[in-house]
Design a protein around this ligand. Structure first.
Ligand SMILES: NC(=O)c1ccc[n+]([C@@H]2O[C@H](COP(=O)([O-])OP(=O)(O)OC[C@H]3O[C@@H](n4cnc5c(N)ncnc54)[C@H](O)[C@@H]3O)[C@@H](O)[C@H]2O)c1
Length: 668
């Protein structure tokens, strides 16, 4: 298809003549059948809802077809309307547009739906099983059409993927405002989601799926690397690095698969157990796993050698993590850092494979004998905790990786609780991400080169290094290490070959770092050193973006971790300070009803106006969360916000007075 034909297809929106029915492509990874939750009356409503996108002349054919989709897949995806052109992040000028900002947004949408990026591209799911960009193909077609015709005097409004329309606004306003899955709080249970989604009135946007900010696996590798480097610091006695130190965990799946790659980047020896041979094969092929062992004795010999030679190496153990932990404890191997990334948020339906059963035996038992299977899972967790406890008693540092390991182990009655009912091990946000990164403003800043050229990405990498090296010279000791980690990361980013899809980069930076890097990019675009505008953004899993009491805000201890003022304020504040698009979501990472999170995208085009937007919006986007964390009495955040006030006279925040515990305790 020529560029012209592609542009015409976008401009056309929903075609007036029905396209041919598309055969179901078995080579594509499809979403599982969703729960059949609607009553007959509700199914009728779902059909009427879907038909709203099409003229009446097509209703007879489409009504029947959509009912089949609803019955077969649990949702109406409108497969017939999936476009014939290839969807991927093209050069920005290939999109038809009146506003270049809108073209950049089309590029970002396209990347989220690219079949090499998205998990279930035909169901418009980018990642996490149900992280939707749109609910159906009509919404995609209509949104792209609106974006192609919108001017800088208009704003497109998206309700959970549904394009409500273009509304008059003004040049500096966001071009798109997105809400995903927002419901009245009492209606936020899992079945509410299933029902509203099946009716076609709401969707689960995950974090970066429905906000058009996903950049492939790079994000998770960087986050895991940062976590490991900081875990290394927690255990370091004389400022030594991770050379020769052993990190043991489980899982080579979607997110967990980043562990071996991150271990090598962090300079450790990573040994990861995985029961599924397919998951091991994928990671080996990708180069994220160097070696595979299925014999535990040979593996132990290999570990001893790797420790002796201080190798940076990643090893997969094909087998059960429980067997690995028990062997390590039995052979008295020193494990410095341990964690677990089996999918224990889903323990009885394939997320956790119990020891003592083969992979196939487990798959059969969980379907045929679910009660016995549940017992096997609990028994296995008890064994796992016993072995882990033996190793932590000899000095291993163990943390929960946000996968509900501690929670499920406690339900299994494993020896994992203190007498006061709290867990004996911390979560990664409580110990690492919160106090070391988020409280100081460090979070997953990212950018995308809209030329889609790797030369532009190389140029941005070099600029980011020079900005961070300059800032690092004057950094206070509290954040020196965070700066150094990111300089190391960005210097090695190209070598690590992490780009999948759009030409994108992630980097943990604080407010100052983000602002200075963005300004350097803007200058380079202005001078023509970068050929097309840059899109700035971030993961919602950040300093200010996400209120999630057991994850992003789990190190908030003033009782406010169940409130969501921060995320809501963030997105409102970003929208009038210069974001090109903003989004706010119910659900993401830990589930519908469990989290509120928001984010932004900002197109910087080399203009002076872009410089102003960078300064205004990025400053707020980070310091909102730091101020909230400081009010919660988090020391790092108090330090950071005082420093920010010294530098920015316009900032004046309410600081907490700290009550003396002895005084409080004396009253009881
Ligand atoms: N990496 C992060 O930053 C992060 C953050 C928050 C939460 N998590 C959580 O981590 C978990 C893993 O995520 P994922 O996307 O990789 O899930 P996934 O289901 O794709 O991968 C988990 C893997 O663990 C394997 N496994 C299960 N039981 C095993 C056992 N006993 N021994 C060895 N291997 C076993 C499975 O075969 C599977 O491949 C999820 O619960 C997720 O919510 C990760």
């Amino acid at each position: 298809m020529t560029v012209n034909e592609f542009q015409n297809a976008i401009r056309q929106g929903i075609p007036d003549v029905l396209p041919e029915v598309k055969p179901f492509d078995k080579n594509i990874n499809h979403a599982p059948k969703r729960k059949d939750i609607l009553s007959v009356t509700e199914k009728k409503l779902a059909l009427k809802n879907a038909l709203r996108y099409f003229p009446q002349k097509h209703h007879k054919i489409l009504a029947k077809e959509f009912l089949e989709e609803l019955n077969n897949y649990g949702r109406i995806y409108m497969y017939r309307f999936r476009p014939d052109y290839k969807i991927f992040a093209r050069n920005i000028n290939e999109y038809p547009y009146k506003s270049k900002q809108a073209a950049a947004i089309m590029l970002m949408i396209s990347n989220n739906l690219d079949s090499i990026v998205a998990q279930h591209p035909h169901e418009l799911i980018t990642y996490g099983g149900n992280g939707a960009v749109f609910q159906n193909w009509a919404q995609y077609l209509l949104t792209m059409q609106y974006l192609s015709e919108m001017t800088v005097q208009q704003t497109l409004v998206l309700y959970s993927g549904h394009p409500l329309g273009l509304f008059p606004s003004y040049k500096e306003a966001p071009r798109v405002v997105i809400t995903n899955g927002m419901v009245v709080p009492n209606y936020s249970g899992k079945d509410h989601y299933e029902k509203f989604n099946a009716l076609g009135v709401s969707q689960y946007g995950q974090m970066t799926a429905g906000s058009f900010m996903y950049i492939g696996p790079q994000g998770i590798v960087h986050g895991t690397t940062i976590t490991l480097l900081n875990a290394g610091r927690i255990i370091s006695k004389n400022n030594e690095d991770l050379a020769g130190k052993l990190f043991v965990s489980s899982g080579l799946g979607g997110m967990s698969g980043a562990q071996p790659k991150a271990a090598v980047i962090a300079g450790a020896i990573g040994v990861i157990a995985e029961v599924n041979p397919k998951a091991i094969a994928t990671r080996k092929l990708q180069g994220w796993v160097d070696e595979v062992f299925s014999d535990l004795n040979l593996l132990i010999e290999r570990i001893i050698k790797a420790k002796l030679n201080k190798e940076h190496v990643s090893i997969a153990y094909h087998g059960n993590i429980v067997d690995l932990w028990e062997k390590l404890a039995e052979k008295n191997i020193k494990v410095e850092i341990g964690s677990d990334q089996t999918s224990l948020h889903n323990p009885f339906a394939g997320g956790y494979y119990p020891a003592g059963l083969s992979f196939d035996e487990s798959n059969k038992m969980m379907a045929n004998e679910p009660e016995i299977f549940k017992e096997k899972v609990y028994e296995s967790l008890r064994r796992q905790v016993t072995a882990i406890n033996a190793l932590t008693s000899k000095g291993m540092y163990f943390f929960d990786y946000g996968n509900a390991f501690l929670l499920e182990a406690s339900r299994a009655k494993a020896n994992i609780l203190r007498t006061d009912g709290s867990f004996i091990y911390p979560s990664y946000v409580q110990d690492i991400m919160g106090p070391i990164c988020f409280d100081y403003g460090f979070g997953p800043f990212r950018w995308v080169c809209t030329s889609s050229k790797s030369e532009d990405l190389d140029y941005t990498d070099a600029l980011a290094v020079s900005v961070l090296e300059k800032l690092s010279k004057d950094s206070p000791s509290e954040i020196k290490l965070q700066m150094q980690d990111n300089i190391k990361w960005i210097k090695e980013a190209k070598k690590n070959k992490l780009v999948v899809g759009s030409q994108a980069r992630i980097l943990y930076a604080n407010a100052e770092g983000r602002i200075e890097i963005a300004k350097a990019f803007n200058k380079a675009v202005k001078e023509g050193k970068i050929s097309e505008p840059i899109v700035l953004g971030r993961d919602h899993h950040d300093v200010s973006g996400t209120d999630s009491p057991y994850r992003e805000t789990s190190n908030i201890y003033d009782g406010s971790q169940f409130t969501a003022d921060m995320a809501i304020q963030n997105v409102i504040g970003d929208s009038f300070r210069g974001a090109t698009w903003v989004s706010i979501h119910n659900g993401g990472g830990v589930g519908w009803g469990e989290v509120i999170n928001g984010g932004f995208g900002m197109v910087i085009d080399g203009s002076n106006e872009a410089d102003i937007r960078i300064q205004r919006m990025l400053f707020w986007d980070v310091n909102n969360g730091i101020t909230r964390r400081s009010w919660a009495r988090n020391n790092g955040a108090i330090f950071s916000i005082k420093r920010a006030m010294e530098k920015e006279p316009g900032l004046k925040v309410t600081l907490p007075n700290i009550a003396d515990d002895n005084l409080i305790n004396s009253l009881f």
